[in-house]
Ligand binder design. Structure first.
Ligand code: SF4
Length: 360
C-alpha cells in the first residue's frame, strides 16, 4: 500500500440505522459529538499544521467511526465538499471512508469519484451468516461479496474490517471468514478481536455468562493463523486490534484486550518461523538476513529468542525477505513469502481435514 498520512475524522454512529451487538463507539473512542461539516475545514487546517512537508499530497482525510455512506446523500456531499479545497490546493491527496456493505450503491460510488474518494473500508466482521445475525449486523455475507466487487468495479481501493471471537463465532468460523475474504481480494484488512465494551449490548450477555470470549492466548494464535493466510496472498493487514485510548481502557469490560496485540500476533508468526527453520538437533545456528528481519523476528522484548532456547548468531548481510540459516554442515535458504505460502497451505489443510470443509 502507498505510504499515507491520515487525518482521521470520527463520526460516531453517523449513518448507522441500528446498533450492532458489540458496538459502543463512545466507550471506545470517547468522541460523543461528531464534527459537523462546518467544523471540518478548521479541523483539517489544524491537523495539516502538524504534518511534515513530505506528507503533502500523500494525506488522506478519513471519515471513520460510523457508516459514512448511510448518511443522507446531501449531508455526505456537504462533508466531502469541505475536503475539496484541500485536494484542489494539493495539500490533501484523497479521501478514505469506512462504511457497511449494505449501504453502498452505484450512485454513491459515482459521487465519491467526483470528490476524489480513493479508499473504501467495509465493515464485514464475519462471513458466517449466523454470526452476522446473532451480532445484529443486519446484512448477510452476500452483501459483503457484492459490496467489494462493486467498489472494485469502480476502481476504489478496498479495505475490509474483520473481527474474531464474535458472539456465536468459533475458531473455525473465524478462519473460514478469513479464507472467504481472501477470495474477494481486498487491498487491505484490519482485524479486530471482539472486546466487551461498556454500554454495548454484548456486555449484558457477557455478564450473564452467555457470551464467553476467547482468551488472549487463543486469540493471538488465531490472529497468527489469519496473518499467515493474508500474507500468503499478499494482502496487507494494516491494523490488528481496536485502538482504545489509555484513558478509555476502563471501558473494556472483557475480551482479549492488549494494547500490543498486533505485535503479539506477529511475534507468534515469527516464533513459528524460527521453530521451523531451526528445526534440527543442532544447538547453535547462524542466520544471515536483514537487520529489519531480525528486529521483527526476535519478538516483543526478545520473547521469541527466549522461547526458542537455541544459540543464534545473527549476521545482517542480506536484504529483502530472504534468509539463510546455517547449522553444522547444513545451509538452508528461505524466502519469507514462500514460507507464508507453505504455512498457509498447512492451515487450510488442517481446516479441511479437521472440519471437512473445502477452503481452496
Ligand atoms: S459496528 Fe459499525 S455499523 Fe454497527 S453500530 Fe457500530 S459503527 Fe454502526
Amino acid at each position: 500500500m502507498k505510504r499515507r498520512y491520515i487525518i482521521p475524522i470520527f463520526l460516531p454512529y453517523a449513518g448507522c440505522k441500528h446498533r450492532c451487538l458489540f458496538c459502543d463507539q463512545v466507550s471506545e473512542t470517547g468522541v460523543v459529538q461528531p464534527l459537523s461539516p462546518f467544523q471540518i475545514s478548521e479541523y483539517i487546517e489544524k491537523y495539516l499544521s502538524y504534518m511534515p512537508s513530505k506528507a503533502m499530497g500523500k494525506i488522506q482525510v478519513a471519515f471513520y467511526g460510523g457508516t459514512f455512506s448511510g448518511l443522507e446523500p446531501e449531508l455526505q456531499e456537504e462533508y466531502l465538499s469541505m475536503v475539496k479545497p484541500f485536494i484542489e490546493n494539493g495539500k490533501v491527496g484523497s479521501i478514505r471512508m469506512s462504511t457497511r456493505p449494505d449501504e453502498i450503491t452505484p450512485e454513491l460510488l459515482k459521487m465519491y469519484k467526483e470528490f476524489k474518494v480513493e479508499t473504501i473500508e467495509i465493515g464485514c466482521q464475519s462471513m458466517d451468516d449466523s454470526v452476522l445475525r446473532l451480532n445484529r449486523r443486519g446484512h448477510s455475507s452476500d452483501a459483503v461479496v457484492k459490496a467489494i466487487s462493486l467498489c472494485k468495479s469502480y476502481g476504489f481501493e478496498t479495505g475490509v474490517h474483520l473481527m474474531t471471537g464474535m458472539y456465536g463465532a468459533s475458531r473455525l468460523s473465524d478462519l473460514i471468514s478469513a479464507v472467504k475474504i481472501i477470495a474477494l481480494k481486498p487491498d487491505t484488512v484490519r482485524i479486530h478481536p471482539t472486546l466487551v465494551l461498556k454500554g454495548a449490548s454484548l456486555e449484558a450477555l457477557y455478564k450473564k455468562g452467555i457470551y464467553k470470549p476467547p482468551s488472549l492466548e487463543e486469540t493471538v494464535k488465531l490472529l497468527a493463523d489469519e496473518l499467515i493466510l493474508f500474507w500468503a496472498r499478499e494482502i496487507e493487514v494494516i491494523r490488528i486490534g481496536l485502538y482504545i485510548p489509555p484513558e478509555k481502557y476502563k471501558n473494556v469490560v472483557g475480551g482479549p484486550f492488549h494494547p500490543a496485540i498486533g505485535q503479539m500476533a506477529k511475534g507468534e508468526v515469527y516464533y513459528r518461523l524460527l521453530s521451523d527453520v531451526l528445526n534440527d538437533s543442532s544447538e547453535s545456528f547462524t542466520i544471515y538476513a536483514s537487520q529489519e528481519f531480525f528486529d521483527t523476528v526476535k519478538g516483543q522484548r526478545n520473547k521469541n529468542l527466549e522461547r526458542i532456547k537455541k544459540k543464534i548468531k545473527y549476521i545482517p548481510s542480506l536484504s529483502g525477505d530472504k534468509i539463510i540459516v546455517e547449522s553444522g554442515h547444513s545451509k538452508r535458504a528461505i524466502t519469507l513469502r514462500e514460507w507464508y505460502k507453505v504455512e498457509a497451505i498447512k492451515i487450510r489443510t488442517t481446516i479441511e481435514s479437521e472440519y471437512s470443509v473445502n477452503t481452496l
